[in-house]
Design a binder for this molecule. Structure first.
Ligand SMILES: Nc1ncnc2c1ncn2[C@@H]1O[C@H](COP(=O)(O)OP(=O)(O)O)[C@@H](O)[C@H]1O
Ligand SMILES: [Mg+2]
Length: 267
């Protein structure tokens, strides 16, 4: 029976934890960057991460994506401890090759688009499915074309990155990440490097993904996006979670002085 009491937003975000961090610490040499992060991202949720430069947002995303090893605490993605495999009651550290396999399930979009400059848009989107998953070129091309259509760039499939605007390149980068059928998408300031008039198209693509139920962790300075699309918001500063909650509530009525000070600068 359908539960009519649920709003659509609830219906997409009632899943199991897709990311769970428990007292996560990360240092680079003597620099203690993450100082005990606790948070949970549920399946289907749009989880926004905000905070000043240097607060550890990118580092945390890199830990989720197995690009960095945490020094202490625990981090799970989709129920599995990042970097380890449980056999019986023992934990075994994964080999690099095994880590790479896990990373395939997580799409990442960076501030800079990092497209292959010598490949067209459609070739960029096809590359990983063909090279990493061994998909046939025909199948990969067809899927790549439908992904480009989804991000509004079907007519740019044969263009090279240098022939595309920053916003278009970023949408190709999103299509490229989606081509691997990720269960989780990480966005690290995806619109920060764009001219203001190009930001909206990228945010629209992200909003569409959210509506389709994709689990997304989004580091952003776009407070409008966080307020409208976000299911949860965390304010980080100095490697700790200062405040978290419903984006509408945190943004309009922050409880901590540090959150207020930050928001007064960006809003
Ligand atoms: N590979 C690295 N080696 C040494 N220090 C790093 C490295 N990556 C990040 N840091 C440091 O960690 C801190 C947090 O960086 P980062 O996670 O990029 O913050 P944010 O994304 O919130 O701006 C900064 O002080 C930065 O200099
Ligand atoms: Mg960063």
């Amino acid at each position: 029976m359908t539960d009519l009491s649920k709003t659509p937003a609830d219906a997409t975000a009632t899943g199991h934890p897709m990311v769970r961090a428990e007292n996560v610490h990360k240092s680079y040499g003597a620099v203690h960057v993450l100082k005990g992060i606790d948070l949970e991202v549920r399946q289907g949720e749009v989880f926004c991460l905000i905070g000043p430069s240097g607060s550890g947002k990118s580092t945390f995303l890199r830990c989720i994506n197995h690009l960095e090893k945490v020094n202490a605490g625990r981090l799970w993605v989709d129920g599995e401890l990042v970097g380890y495999q449980q056999k019986g009651d023992k934990l075994h550290e994964l080999k690099d090759r095994e880590v790479a396999v896990k990373r395939r399930d997580i799409g990442m979009v960076f501030q800079r688009f990092n497209l292959f400059p010598h490949m067209t848009a459609v070739e960029n989107v096809m590359e990983a499915p063909v090279q990493v998953k061994g998909e046939s070129k025909a199948v990969a091309r067809e899927r790549a074309m439908s992904l480009l259509e989804r991000v509004g760039l079907a007519d740019k499939a044969r263009n090279y990155p240098s022939q595309l605007s920053g916003g278009q390149q970023q949408r190709v980068a999103i299509a490229r990440a989606l081509a691997m059928k990720p269960k989780l998408m990480l966005f690290d300031e995806p619109t920060s490097a764009l001219d203001p008039e190009l930001v909206g198209d990228v945010l629209d693509v992200m909003r569409g993904l959210a509506e389709e139920g994709m689990t997304m962790v989004v580091v952003t300075h776009e407070m409008g996006f966080a307020r409208e699309v976000g299911d949860a918001l965390v304010f980080m500063d100095g490697g700790v979670v200062v405040e978290s909650g419903n984006p509408r509530e945190v943004l309009t009525d922050p409880q901590h002085e540090r959150t207020r000070a930050f928001l007064s600068k960006v809003l």
